[in-house]
Design a protein around this ligand. Structure first.
Ligand code: LLP
Length: 448
């Protein structure tokens, strides 16, 4: 497992993160445990902030909170000066509960309900990123109804599907023409939507948005997207006389999960995006819009590590050795969903040489509940602790209670200090929303 951020192996051969011994963390908080390396998280934010804030233009960086969101993470994102991209009333609620300034929040989503749009307008979010005609009409109507004093024109961006196929898993590609997201560029829908938004009484169109996918490791995909979007802006300027003040290019920068992943540095990504915006604008003599980006994975994935306890071991000689951990697809569905690959390390045997290859499986009742197919480890025993790295993004946020498994705890570590930021769910949490109608509890119920 490649050591990232503040990870290090101590002289006694144990894995330390943020100056905290991971075995002590497991003992204190239990396993499965999601650990967040605060220093690395802050460093990623800072790299985004500085590389998009240099050179005479202050561009905008919104952390895509769908990757991982809780109140403590919100505080850090706020302190680090980034904005927040939320995708539902629920994410907006969490952000507001954490005291995040609403004007630094953008609301996304391909099927926002009228209630969510009203909630966004009432709380004064910075922008609503409008995805489709239904939303365009609904928002125009609702913005006109919102009590005066808030201004009755909602600041919006329009989401465009630019027709770009980035090389990532097909479920996480979003910019291509055959996509549920956004107004299609290729068939003229996008241009019609811009016209409609400009004509809408209660909408204030500030610019355009696009997002071509996730875990993208080639900068050319971003350069190409930028060129397509600026060409489109230019065509809108010449046909409608409208000039965008903002161009939001979404998220998507990939990270290192396993050998072979070679992600560009955040600063190189920023330079590529900004240079291609500038070059395209120069080509058309178009006034440079403010650029916005919405990174999720590249901010929060590397700072995340999950610690599991190994329980059952099943060796099928000549076939495979299954090593089962106390979590699985319920806390990290990515391998099952996307065939995602991860690296791992036995934290209590961190400096011993590898001796065998094992398959790390979860504890869910599914054959597909695998976390790592071929992990090289020292001789493994029940009770060992396994760390899986780069699990900060799209794990906890996509977790479930499948098989009645409570969600794990989450601890923030840094400078030798560890704080619980999300409590482990309890069995009581599993039945918190269950109701049993009286007719099922009263006389006449059949007891077998
Ligand atoms: N902006 C928009 C509009 C998005 O849809 C997304 C991610 C982002 C920004 C952030 O993208 P990032 O920088 O994290 O790549 N569950 C999948 C990833 C789904 C991404 C959804 N949208 C996975 O685990 O790989």
């Amino acid at each position: 497992m490649r050591l990232q951020g503040s990870m290090r192996i101590t002289e006694s051969g144990r894995l330390e993160i943020g100056g905290c011994d991971t075995i002590d963390l497991a003992r204190t908080f239990g396993t499965p445990l999601q650990i967040i390396d605060e220093q690395l998280l802050r460093r990623n934010c800072e790299e985004y902030r500085t590389s998009f804030g240099l050179g005479g233009h202050t561009d905008l960086v919104f952390y895509a909170s769908k990757a991982l969101l809780n109140k403590a993470i919100c505080r850090i994102i706020q302190e680090e000066g980034l904005g927040l991209d939320v995708v539902s009333g629920g994410e907006l609620f969490i952000a507001l509960q954490a005291g995040f300034p609403p004007d630094r929040i953008y609301l996304h989503g391909n099927n926002k309900s009228p209630e969510e749009l009203e909630f966004a307008l009432d709380s004064g979010v910075g922008r609503v990123v409008v995805d489709n005609y239904f939303e365009l009409e609904t928002l125009d109507r609702l913005a006109g109804r919102v009590p005066s004093g808030r201004g009755c024109r909602a600041a919006v961006l329009l989401r465009i599907a630019p027709g770009i196929e980035a090389h990532s898993h097909e479920y996480i590609r979003t910019g291509q023409t055959d996509s549920k997201f956004g107004f299609t560029l290729a068939n003229g829908d996008a241009a019609r939507a811009v016209r409609t938004a400009l004509d809408a009484r209660h909408l204030d169109l500030r610019g355009l948005h696009c997002h071509i996918g996730s875990q993208i490791l080639e900068l050319d995909a971003f350069r190409h997207t930028t060129a397509v979007m600026v060409d489109f802006l230019q065509s809108l300027r010449s046909t409608l006389g409208w000039t965008a003040e903002e161009l939001d290019l979404g998220g998507g920068l990939g990270v290192y999960y396993t050998e072979g992943d070679d992600p560009p540095a955040i600063a190189s990504y920023a330079a590529a995006v900004r240079e291609s915006v500038e070059e395209s604008c120069r080509r058309h003599d178009y006034p440079r819009p403010r650029v916005a980006v919405e990174p999720g994975r590249s901010v929060i994935s590397p700072p995340g590590t999950t610690i599991y306890t190994i329980g059952a071991i099943k060796d099928i000689p000549g076939i495979r050795k299954y090593v089962a951990v106390d979590g699985g697809m319920n806390d990290n569905p990515r391998p099952a969903l996307y065939q995602a690959k991860y690296e791992g390390l036995l934290v209590n045997k961190a400096s011993l040489p590898p001796q065998e290859v094992v398959a790390v499986t979860g504890r869910c009742c599914e054959t597909g509940d695998m976390l790592i197919w071929d992990l090289h480890v020292p001789a493994v025993e029940s009770g060992d602790l396994l760390a899986i790295s780069c699990t900060g993004a799209y794990t906890y946020s996509m977790s479930s209670n499948y098989n009645g498994l409570p969600r794990p705890a989450m601890a923030l570590v840094g400078n030798g200090r560890a704080d619980l930021i999300v409590e482990r769910e309890s069995y009581d949490d599993l039945v918190r929303h269950h109701l049993v109608p009286e007719r099922l509890t009263g006389k006449g119920a059949v007891h077998v």
